[in-house]
Write a protein that binds this ligand. Structure first.
Ligand code: ATP
Length: 231
């Protein structure tokens, strides 16, 4: 995630309780099932009746409809244009994905998230109005590569290509040292934001607090400086 994604997520209505998902492949179904488990009302649609039947059987949506999303009239009839947020989860059918995104944006849906299967696909989706584009395969690959090479980094929030906020396991060399001893700002150019014990975060921790192996810290800084940490 980066700052432009952040402004998209901040623009979402907090009181919105309903989502429409167009395309019920593996990605679309994962979106439906997670939203449904979180207590949101989800309308799932797909051109393929079998996919519609599957989500109804799995009970991962509140409602499901078979429709061709390249047809504006079908979307209108299904009430898709009334949703605040629509997820276009058609990754492998370029033309359908682009026309669908165009249809929902032209009809005035305020928040449209679209799945892209390549960079150029993502660029076109943006051009036709997608407010947020996701590249799940690419993102999963990057995350896996990072965790294979830096297993101590538990989570990363990319502010921009050069700077991040990361949550990392306290390195062995930091065990038993106080936060003040570490001099993270002068030695590494990093600022410590929080310390976490047993999944609870303490924000702005006391500089005299001793860090322990097995707990985690959250730091902000440039990726270059983060990479200099002894992890
Ligand atoms: P995978 O399932 O392989 O992970 P994915 O989740 O990106 O990939 P796709 O193969 O892109 O899934 O397909 C998503 C769904 O979109 C499919 O179930 C397909 O039937 C549906 N779909 C394709 N064209 C349309 C259309 N015109 N209208 C509605 N649904 C469509």
């Amino acid at each position: 995630m980066n700052l432009s994604s952040l402004s998209f997520f901040r623009s979402l209505r907090k009181d919105n309780k309903q989502f429409a998902v167009i395309g019920l492949g593996r990605f679309g179904r994962a979106v439906c099932s997670t939203l449904h488990k979180l207590g949101y009302e989800v309308l799932g649609t797909d051109i393929d009746e079998k996919q519609v039947a599957q989500v109804l059987t799995e009970q991962i949506v509140s409602h499901a409809l078979q429709l061709d999303s390249t047809e504006p009239a079908a979307l209108k009839e299904a009430g898709i244009f009334e949703f605040d947020t629509v997820i276009v989860a058609i990754g492998n059918y370029l033309q359908e994905s682009i026309i669908t995104t165009l249809n929902v944006k032209e009809a005035g849906v305020p928040h449209v998230v679209a799945k892209a299967s390549s960079e150029i696909h993502g660029k076109v989706l943006k051009r036709v109005g997608a407010d947020h584009v996701v590249y799940p395969e690419n993102e999963a690959g990057c995350t896996l590569a990072r965790s294979l090479t830096k297993p101590a980094i538990l989570d990363r929030f990319e502010l921009d290509p050069e700077n991040s906020i990361v949550e990392l396991i306290v390195p062995d060399q930091f065990d038993g040292k106080t936060i003040a001893d570490l001099k993270l700002r002068s030695r590494y150019g990093l600022n410590l934001l929080a310390v976490s014990y047993n999944d609870k975060f303490e924000i702005n921790p006391d500089p005299n607090q001793r860090l322990q192996k097995g707990s985690a810290i959250v730091v902000i800084g440039s990726n270059k400086d983060i990479n200099r940490l002894p992890i």
